[in-house]
Design a protein around this ligand. Sequence first.
Ligand code: ADP
Ligand code: ADP
Length: 230
Amino acid sequence: IPAAVCLRQVEKYYGAYHALRSIDLEIAPRERVVICGPSGSGKSTLIRCMNMLEVPNSGAVLIEGTNVMEASHHAASALHSVGMVFQQFNLFPHKTVLENCTLAPVLVGGLAPQDAESRAMSYLDKVRIADQANKYPGQLSGGQQQRAAIARALAMEPRILLFDEPTSALDPEMIKEVLDAMTALASEGRTMVCVTHEMGFAREAADRILFMDQGRIIEDASPADFFAAP
Ligand code: ADP
Ligand code: ADP
């Protein structure tokens, strides 16, 4: 079976700025990876290359064996395997939580509206906000909004779930409820890649920790080795 995510010799520039430097990375199906490192080291750029929110200048990105840098129908459908949760939630403000969660399954996934709704409700229930389904994002706390964003990503049933600093925009009292939801997901056998500074989550839920600095992966270790005293 192919890697869930494979990056080969990936280079990314923003103008003259070299943001990713010869990244080689394979993530196996069901692996749970945390990416950490200083601000500006390229973590967000790296994870955004895994769903083509950023396109590398050179190298290859393969999702489940398909090169998604090619503009083809095949590449587009491979990207349907990848879901993403953002720092700033990115919910549609003028749609209810439930509508946020049914939009893509209906429009992209081709589900009948009632099937999309029952699926969305099951994921809202999983992240414990089924009771907020008919509210608008602005009526929810930050932690509830982020859990809605997780449910929205899950509603597409992606085999690979990406998180880009999902707790960084939250007040401290709301971080735990989001990390608890992520920890529960991490036990379900989905491939997860999380950019986060939450080292407790990394220790508890990850199989593998990548440490980035200046556009390179400078450490790639198990949590036990990563946290071992030098
Ligand atoms: P991290 O997630 O580790 O904080 P990023 O991947 O967001 O790092 O950014 C890496 C570097 O690339 C930073 O110096 C950042 O300012 C720069 N950068 C990120 N996005 C852009 C962009 N769209 N245009 C120009 N520079 C960018
Ligand atoms: P992060 O929290 O992931 O480090 P940033 O706050 O650095 O993100 O960047 C937020 C957004 O601004 C991202 O979309 C990033 O691509 C963009 N960005 C970051 N640095 C620059 C830059 N120097 N020039 C233009 N856009 C940037």
